[in-house]
Design a protein around this ligand. Sequence first.
Ligand SMILES: NC(=O)c1ccc[n+]([C@@H]2O[C@H](COP(=O)([O-])OP(=O)(O)OC[C@H]3O[C@@H](n4cnc5c(N)ncnc54)[C@H](OP(=O)(O)O)[C@@H]3O)[C@@H](O)[C@H]2O)c1
Length: 327
Amino acid sequence: MRAAFYEKLGSARDVLQVGTLPDPSPMAGEVRVKIAASGVNPSDVKMRTGTGSAASQFPRIVPHSDGAGIIDQVGAGVPQARIGERVWVWNARWNRPFGTAAEFVTLPAEQAVKLPDGTDFAAGACFGIPALTAWQGVETDGGVQQGDWVLVNGGAGAVGHYAVQMAARKGARVIATVSSAAKAAHARAAGAEIVVDRKQEDVAARIRHVTHGKCVARAIEVDFSGNIEWLPSVMADYGLIAIYGSSQREGMVQFGPSILSNIGYRFFIVYNQPPALRARAIADLTHLLQEGRLKHSIAATFPLSDIAAAHEAVENGRMMGNIVVTP
Ligand SMILES: NC(=O)c1ccc[n+]([C@@H]2O[C@H](COP(=O)([O-])OP(=O)(O)OC[C@H]3O[C@@H](n4cnc5c(N)ncnc54)[C@H](OP(=O)(O)O)[C@@H]3O)[C@@H](O)[C@H]2O)c1
């Protein structure tokens, strides 16, 4: 099969190769998916450069955890009826060497989820990480309640855009931060009631002003280290900060305001989502897709031969939405 792979860590152009690898066969309990679209996420870049939280333990890696396509083979114990099923996949490259940047991927059958009719493969290639992360940010620890003020930092990001939609759909009043007029329009179209340009405005002051001092019941945080200095000052009593990203590996939490307001800090990584929560996330996402309720945002599509450019697009962060590679 045609595949992209790397055998050492480094910059995209230095280490990513495109070539031919043996066709994989599904083992017992697995399916083989013929990939139509492979989603690129920041963690794929961090794994390739060795800057992520998880170390690489394989001599050759086909990158990307997310993807979508059609099941074309099943292993022992998996119903033959699944052959031909349109699916999206999760954790294809988590604790496994061969992800979705290839013509085929094999993985445990439950990691290939039926893609509802009407949802295209490019969108399906963005559910495993962006959509499931956003869902967890909104639903973890009791979930967002109707009428809650919710802050989505980075509301035009791949995760943030879904988080804004999911929180707004639950009746929350969403405040999104962005850094440009285009991103403001994107977050507003997703359902943000208030959009704050974090580069032009004092975000904390604006939040206290628009909420009349009530502050937010939940913050869904893309940059823990970058925003932790002011975050406690915008949290309502008993509020939760759901943290999925950080630009630096350390951040100083203020003890005083955190304990006085009983603020909860929930760090989470979607690769290690608790199974019961993941099952709920998948069921809820499937329901949203069946109802056509979610807007998807594909910023650019690259051919597999141009995978280095796709990784660079994710790395430089100038695009708005998800980056997809087609084999
Ligand atoms: N824990 C998990 O399971 C998990 C899952 C998915 C992603 N992540 C991590 O989350 C981060 C974002 O992923 P993504 O796919 O959504 O990336 P993305 O599409 O590049 O979006 C990131 C967004 O965050 C905004 N941003 C950057 N720094 C910010 C700051 N200090 N305050 C507020 N907004 C800020 C960016 O916009 P502006 O800079 O233009 O405002 C951009 O819109 C990455 O670090 C990724 O590794 C973690």
